[in-house]
Design a protein. Structure first.
Lengths: 92, 472, 368
């Protein structure tokens, strides 16, 4: 999937963060799940059961599909606002 | 003596209205919500990063609600996730600054609803998102679900999501509605009672027709295909009981799917606190049994909004006010509230008819279990297929607790909130029992996964209250 | 007239099921009546710890036999023999550990004391604040969630009738037989075994017994799946922590911290005031747990009598009625003591002595 899915204009500054080592940008205050999804980084983890890719599903903190590791702690990407310098690792 | 007369869980339209009404009756009120701001799902505050491209009625209502709540004098604990609740009533939440404990003799639960899902093959692929999730992406984040989107499932969210995607400049390649076209007509009576809301729905439909969006009724997804994400979607007809019939119709190229089958009342809190529940399919399934002012069987425990039965955002504020009046009456405050309670209850019941009709429209009939293929993953957290669950059912599982014990279904981090209804449908399909006979899952703390470090906090080992050791 | 069973067992947990299987194998026509589903009580919701280090000295021979039976059940019950480490973090706990483990060792458990350095070798992710520790290679765990499914298979194979979701509401004696009233109709049997755990007191009352049974409300928590932290069963000198990580990465935390509620209320609840120290103790023992999330805490009833020894034997003063329950360490010992009970009922001499319920001054009055 190509391109950016964001519509409308930003009103906060652009910040950069790391996702599995890759430097990406986001609008400050955007949730991590939305920022990743909007730029096509939809796979947030690999299922330990079937080896298949998984990504954000409910965007409201229920399904736990978007859980990522930040500073070694598990947290839902859909409840985490992006800030400059955030370092995010996916669950493998 | 507690600091508050009332704790409200949830700051959506029902919870906010409850808090504002309770403040107007001079009660001391605290409101807890896990979102960064009040508004709930329907009036969710836009991300601070987002400038709205166009004025939006929901956004305006949400802003007004936030302003009124802020002015009411209720104390709002936003960004707080409740993990423990005990009678009568102690609430522990984890917030940005650590654990928060609040106590009050009355609790209004306005926890809203979660989406009902019927698993289809490929629904675990990235790019498949819930219909409710799609509304959050669109409204709060200004993000399209995809470039070529299939919107599928049942109920009014189909039209809402599809029309929002179109309005935002996205392409909806298909709306796939399991319900036959006639089932909308069957609910026309209740809808006609609210011409304003019906006009809203008609507006969505018109926008879709204008954009030439194909709408397939009596149709469901057979499978979603792709390697790293959604690439295409195969759809096919279903019968009146939503059983797939005949050959698949077509395969549509798509990069995203928005999927959902109506809303389920969130009853974690009322189940956790031991309230009685009853099964009411027209209102989304299991709901707490309540008196005329929405008090449950647990004294002091009230419910409001979709958690009391899915009636939609329009009826939610009245239910919040009604519950607040019930709390005031219980505390002997605000004088004689009997006539006001009678009036608000009548208004609420009337205004809830439209939403309840919409909710009923989304409700899958028992045959919908046939949409789930043997190999389809049902429990996403634990990676359990329908075949795995069916073999446990064949081995004697008759409740969600049995299935959990035998297969770990619902044991993962979502706690069965995504797969529980589908699992219950499978038990019903195998046994021929009614959904009601299968009962509800048990609710246990924490209500959402909580980091051990957040619960434990800092402590001194020597101060742990270790009781006397067990007898030798 | 409904069929006459040789034995009716009230309670489809490990104890009742094991006794029923043994009785059926001995030729008795047997039925198990369970108010919910098989293994849905304490048998299914306990932490599944199989640790000789936390067993009572007098029950050690029974526990060792229990371990053998669970090991034989193997994969069907998720059995894992991992060895277990018990930790002491201060001198008081070290003294307790030394004293208790010596007695348990004398009673036959292969327990040895190990140094903190050895602990760090065996389990590098445990706290470095250990001052004393013990090890038992026979320790491990099984998956209590599978108790119901496992015993369903055994009961069916033994030809035992199973009636679930069937509460017994009254017990009468008519013509030399017990008649059990249930919503699904009466069940008649010449012998009766009450094996209904925390509900023993109310079931006993139906046959005129005043049993001094109290229920403890034990709390267990589980985390979501995470990276490997510990391979053995980890305990605490006081017995107030049991912790193990399953092969799938989830960590199960128990230790008998008390929740609220009672069998009469029909429900029990987690008490955050006891859950908190339970989780803190777990985090102190295994600091890496700070990166895990708790997904669920729950409670289950464990029945006890004042001396914390089992009730296992004939019901005092009531011919052909038997009691079985209140086994401290019941998950470990249950399969074995249940089978002993079955032996007693079919008229065989049990391999090890049972625990006569008559030791309590129970008032037996002839049932009508």
């Amino acid at each position: 999937m190509a391109g950016d899915l964001r519509i409308g204009s930003a009103r906060t500054r652009t910040v950069s963060f790391r996702f599995d080592g890759e430097v990406l940008t986001a609008r400050e205050g955007e949730t991590l799940a939305a920022a990743l999804y909007a730029q096509g980084r939809r796979t947030l983890r690999i299922s330990r059961d079937d080896g298949g890719p998984r990504g954000a599903f409910c965007f409201m903190g229920v399904c736990q599909e978007c859980v990522v590791s930040i500073d070694g702690r598990l947290t839902e990407a859909c409840r985490t606002p992006v800030h400059d310098g955030l370092v995010v690792e996916s669950m493998r | 003596m507690s600091d508050y007369d009332l704790i409200v869980l949830g700051a959506g339209p029902a919870g906010a209205a409850a808090a504002i009404k309770a403040r107007s009756l001079d009660l001391r009120v605290a409101v807890i919500d896990e979102a960064p701001a009040a508004g709930g799902q329907v009036y969710r505050a836009p991300s601070p990063a987002l400038t709205a491209t166009q004025p939006d009625a929901d956004r305006a209502r949400g802003d007004a609600l936030r302003a009124r709540l802020a002015a009411s004098g209720a104390v709002l604990y936003a960004n707080h996730r409740v993990w423990s609740l005990t009678a009568i009533f102690s609430v522990i939440a984890i917030g940005p600054d650590g654990p928060l404990t609040l106590e009050a003799p009355n609790l209004i639960v306005a926890a809203g609803a979660v989406e009902r899902h019927i698993p289809v093959t490929g629904w675990t692929l990235p790019g498949v998102i819930g219909l409710a999730g799609a509304t959050i992406l669109l409204k709060a984040h200004g993000v399209l679900p995809g470039r070529r989107v299939v919107v599928a499932g049942s109920g009014p969210l189909l039209l809402l999501v599809a029309s929002k995607i179109v309005a935002a400049g996205g392409e909806v390649v298909a709306v796939v509605d399991a319900a036959p076209r006639t089932s909308w007509l069957a609910r026309a009576g209740a809808m006609l009672a609210r011409p304003d809301l019906m006009a809203k729905g008609a507006g969505w439909l018109l926008a879709l027709l204008k954009a030439r969006v194909p709408i397939h009724s009596g149709t469901a997804i057979r499978a979603i295909h792709g390697t790293d994400g959604v690439e295409s979607v195969t759809i096919g007809p279903v019968d009146r009981d939503w059983r797939p019939v005949g050959e698949a119709e077509r395969t549509i190229a798509a990069d995203a799917v928005c999927l959902g089958f109506g809303l389920l009342p969130s009853t974690d809190v009322t189940r956790l606190l031991g309230a009685e529940h009853r099964y009411e399919p027209e209102l989304g399934g299991w709901i707490p049994a309540v008196d005329t002012s929405l008090q449950t069987s647990v004294p002091g425990l009230f419910v409001a909004g979709d958690g009391a039965g899915v009636r939609g955002a329009d009826a939610a504020p009245l239910s919040g006010e009604l519950a607040a009046l019930g709390v005031a009456r219980r505390l002997g405050r605000g004088g004689d509230l009997a006539s006001e309670i009678t009036k608000v209850e009548a208004d609420w019941r009337k205004s809830g008819r439209f939403g309840a009709a919409m909710s009923a429209l989304a409700m899958p009939p028992p045959g919908a279990a046939a949409m789930i293929d043997d190999g389809t993953t049902v429990c996403r957290c634990e990676g359990l297929s329908r075949a795995t669950l069916d073999s446990a059912i064949a081995g004697g599982a008759r409740t969600l607790a049995d299935l959990k014990a035998m297969t770990r279904c619902g044991m993962g981090p979502c706690g069965g909130r995504v797969c529980g209804e589908a699992a219950a449908m499978l038990i019903a399909a195998a046994t021929g029992w009614d959904r009601e006979a299968i009962g509800q899952p048990s609710a246990r703390p924490p209500l959402r996964p909580v980091p051990l470090a957040a619960i434990a906090g800092a402590f001194d080992y020597d101060e742990l209250p270790i009781p006397a050791p067990a007898p030798l | 007239m409904s069929a006459l069973y040789d034995l009716a067992v009230i309670g489809g947990g490990i104890l009742g099921s094991a006794a029923a299987c043994r009785a059926a194998e001995g030729g008795m026509r047997t039925i198990v009546i369970e108010q919910q589903t098989l293994g849905s009580g304490a048998s299914g919701v306990n932490a599944g710890t199989l640790s000789l280090q936390i067993k009572r000295v007098r029950l050690m021979p029974y526990a060792i036999k229990g371990h053998e039976l669970w090991e034989r059940a193997g994969e069907r019950v998720g059995f894992h023999k991992t060895g277990g480490i018990t930790l002491a973090f201060n001198q008081r706990e070290a003294d307790l550990l030394h004293e208790r483990m010596a007695l348990k060792r004398e009673a036959g458990a292969p327990i040895e004391l190990i140094t903190p350095a050895r602990v760090a070798e065996l389990e590098p992710n445990l706290s470095r604040k250990v001052v004393a520790a013990s090890w038992c290679g026979e320790d491990g765990y099984a998956n209590a969630s599978l108790s119901g499914a496992y015993y369903r298979t055994l009961l069916e194979a033994a030809g035992v009738d199973i009636r679930e979701r069937t509460p017994v509401t009254a017990i009468d004696r008519r013509g030399g037989a017990f008649e059990l009233a249930t919503p699904a109709g009466p069940v008649r049997a010449t012998r009766l075994l009450l094996a209904c755990g925390a509900w023993l007191r109310s079931a006993g009352a139906m046959i005129g017994l005043d049993l001094p049974v109290r229920a403890r409300v034990n709390t267990v928590s589980v985390t979501e799946r995470g990276p490997a932290l510990v391979g053995t069963v980890v305990g605490h000198a006081t017995g107030l922590l049991t912790l193990k990580q399953k092969p799938n990465g989830s960590v199960l935390i128990g230790g008998g911290w008390q929740g609220t509620g009672s069998p009469d209320e029909g429900r029990s609840s987690v008490d955050p005031a006891t859950l908190l120290p339970n989780l803190r103790l777990a985090m102190f023992a295994v600091p890496g747990l700070d990166r895990f999330r708790v997904v669920r805490s729950w409670t289950g009833f464990e029945a006890n009598v004042p001396d914390f020894y089992p009730l296992a034997g004939p019901a005092p003063g009531i011919d052909n009625a038997f009691l079985l329950g209140c086994v401290r360490g019941g998950y470990t010992i249950g399969p074995y003591i249940g089978a002993l009970m079955g032996d007693l009922i079919v008229g065989r001499e049990p391999e090890l002595p049972l625990f006569d319920p008559g030791r309590f001054a129970t008032e037996a009055s002839a049932a009508a």
